[in-house]
Design a protein around this ligand. Structure first.
Ligand code: SF4
Length: 182
């Protein structure tokens, strides 16, 4: 048995199944499709800031702020529409009692497929499960120069008070939508 620490297990037992309930391909490890080992010891020196281990990128992709999707699409060589429909999902958060929507890169399942239909709104289970960001290539971010606001703010070794909360990002989207309506 592995002596690696694991911080979170969504299910008590890892099951040989995919989200759609299909059996995994022959030879695939019997594990939850979204499950990934996290946090190989030792934890790096917090003073080093981001050391590009990609732990956050292999866990839950960061949310874009208003105006960033266009920049990331340009970097990826796609129109914003094609970028959203092929790489992003729509998530939501409550801000002051109002539902606000925001774009985020889609997570991939264990077989490297989008774990949710791109261009559409995710559900609560998708939100809970972890998966590799579609833009993570194993050594870094493919859209690093135009990565989402949450990714730019987050450093795993830094204090959580410095992180960009989904509520704060949702506030940006709400204010952006309000300004566009005026
Ligand atoms: S967009 Fe880039 S920095 Fe953000 S989670 Fe994905 S790979 Fe990581």
């Amino acid at each position: 048995m592995s002596d690696r620490p694991t911080r979170l297990r969504i299910f008590g037992k890892e099951e040989a199944t995919t989200r759609a309930g299909e059996p995994p391909p022959a030879g695939a490890p019997a594990e939850n499709p979204y499950w990934l080992d996290e946090e190989p010891a030792p934890h790096p020196d917090p003073a080093k800031g981001c050391v590009r281990r990609g732990l956050c990128c292999r866990s839950s992709p960061g949310w874009f702020a208003p105006g960033e999707v266009e920049q990331a699409a340009e970097l990826a060589g796609l129109t914003p529409d094609a970028f959203v429909r092929s790489r992003l999902v729509v998530d939501e958060v409550e801000v002051d009692g109002e539902r606000v929507f925001a774009f985020a890169p889609v997570k991939l399942d264990r077989l490297g497929r989008p774990a949710w239909p791109t261009g559409s709104r995710v559900d609560a289970l998708y939100r809970m499960l972890r998966g590799v960001c579609v833009f993570f290539d194993g050594g870094g971010c493919r859209i690093y120069a135009a990565r989402p606001f949450e990714c730019r703010a987050y450093v795993c070794t830094g204090p959580s008070r410095d992180d960009a909360s989904h509520e704060a990002i949702g506030r940006l989207w709400r204010d952006h939508a309000g300004a566009e309506r005026q």
